[in-house]
Design a protein around this ligand. Structure first.
Ligand code: ARG
Length: 472
């Protein structure tokens, strides 16, 4: 950005087309530049035209404008849509935003009739309506992408329902789980992300159009009709609220920030799993990059970037919250700053979901290595403690203590629990028998976790199948 030159601070000659009656001179160049949103809100053009069509049809149905004018407006808006679609439409910064660009072009094309479109409407209800329509569409697209990623995860989970891997807490070996179970954890998270979007969509789906500037209008408009025409459940009940709030955008961003956080955790795990000391999974050439200096490198850049998108998505939420905080009712121009963070977050979310779905389909787990590590680090110590409770009726705390001593013995000798002799076992708990060895294997450990939501392969297979059926 450059500082305004002295010339730029001088007023331009022509007064604004839309409010020139009151104004003798045009804005300073820098005023025009800070005021304009056309650089980014042109993304609302489809919604703007759709909402204008609904508004014009309603005005005609109510006899507020003539049927011929309404028909001319509908045709003109169709032609403008074609111009924008084909890239021939000339966007003007002087016309500030998408609403005035479209409206001015309409008047240019159809004359007087075009100048009747803005009856009983303000840009305040117009932008609120357009933006809600845009966010609603974004929600539907992202919801479908979330479902797609869930399907990809559930399919891989079904494939690996019985394949063990080390389960971690504190990133330290905890207990064996199955790879499928681990992937299904993300399916559950993403399902709640969809729930948050659905909740946001439900609250968003009321129509601000007809609130006009803030007070409503004296024209006999039909807000039920425009709301229905635009697919909203109902008109918003308070005209001041309708033009003032952006909580729908904030809810979208909050859902996005949470979902990005979920994606970042899977991304981080993929990064860890791909690293040489782990080698739990590999990503193909399609989802990795090389290094310009180190020939051996295969970097999981896509996963790292999914992890990083969380920053801008959380930033978008905090940014817009900060814009909205403390704004007096009703509309204030500050609110024009609502769009860029929402567009940016929606783009980042969509890209992250697509990249993650690609990686989930691409990644190849090393089942043998995962199984080997599943049993390392005394991963079945809890199974031994549970055995002492079940078979010898020890209180769990006592069993925990006995097992801890056995782990210490094994650790001192540098062997696994299963490598301790029965005599060594009995030195800590004399009533132990050969039967104890049956609970120390990884297979026995995961098979025993049959509690609802547990990692037993039969459970995991059933959950994966349930998700695949639900998402089909
Ligand atoms: N470009 C504006 C925005 O995005 C449209 C609403 C302008 N309203 C106004 N009273 N100046 O918020």
């Amino acid at each position: 950005m450059t500082d305004p030159t002295p010339a730029e601070t001088q007023p331009e000659p022509a007064a604004n087309l839309q409010w020139g009656g009151r104004f003798a001179a045009g804005p300073a160049a820098v005023m025009q530049r800070i005021n304009a949103s056309i650089g980014f809100d042109r993304r609302l053009w489809r919604q703007d035209i759709t909402a204008s069509r609904a508004h014009a049809a309603m005005l005609a149905a109510r006899g507020i404008i003539g049927a011929e004018d309404a028909a001319a407006i509908a045709d003109g808006l169709g032609a403008i849509a074609a111009e924008i679609e084909s890239g021939t439409f000339v966007f003007s910064e002087a016309l500030e935003d998408i609403h005035m660009n479209v409206e001015a072009r309409l008047a240019e094309r159809i004359g007087e009739a075009g100048k009747r479109l803005h009856t009983a409407r303000s840009r305040n209800d117009q932008v609120a309506t357009d933006f809600r329509l845009w966010v609603r569409e974004a929600i539907d697209g992202l919801d479908a992408q979330l479902a797609g990623l869930m399907r990809a995860l559930a399919a891989r989970a079904a494939e690996h329902a019985a394949d063990p891997m080390p389960g971690f807490t504190h990133l330290q070996t905890a207990q064996p789980v199955t790879f499928g179970h681990h992937l299904l954890a993300y399916v559950e998270m993403l399902s709640r992300d969809r729930g948050r979007l659905a909740d946001a969509r439900g609250r968003l789906n009321e129509c601000p159009l007809g609130a006009a500037a803030l007070a409503g209008t004296s024209f006999p408009i039909d807000r039920e009709a425009t709301a229905a025409a635009l697919g909203f459940a109902r008109p918003m009940a308070n005209s001041i609220d309708a033009v003032s709030d952006r909580d729908f955008a904030l809810e979208f961003l909050a859902a996005g920030a949470i979902s990005a956080m979920h994606l970042s955790r899977l991304a981080e795990e993929i990064v860890i799993w791909c690293s040489a000391p782990y080698r739990f999974v590999t990503l193909s050439d399609a989802f990795t990059t090389g290094s310009s200096i180190m020939p051996q490198k295969r970097n999981p850049d896509a996963a790292e970037l999914v992890r990083a998108k969380t920053g801008r998505m959380a930033g978008a939420l905090v940014g817009l919250l900060t814009v909205m905080k403390g704004l007096p009712l009703a509309y204030a121009k500050d609110m024009q700053e609502d769009k860029e963070p929402v567009f940016d977050a929606a783009d980042a979310w969509s890209l992250a979901l697509a990249a993650m779905a690609g990686m989930v389909r691409d990644l190849r787990p090393d089942a043998a290595r995962l199984a080997a590590f599943a049993g390392a680090g005394f991963a079945t110590a809890t199974d031994l403690a549970d055995f002492l409770v079940r078979e010898l009726k020890l209180p769990f705390r006592t069993a925990h203590h006995v097992t801890g001593r056995l782990v210490a013995r094994a650790e001192a000798r540098g062997v696994d629990l299963a490598a301790l002799s029965l005599a060594e076992m009995q030195a800590e708990e004399p009533r132990l028998t050969e039967a104890v060895y049956s609970v120390l294997s990884v297979a026995a450990s995961i098979a025993s976790r049959t509690s609802f939501g547990g990692t037993a392969p039969a459970n995991v297979a059933a959950q994966a199948a349930r998700w695949l059926a639900r998402l089909a």
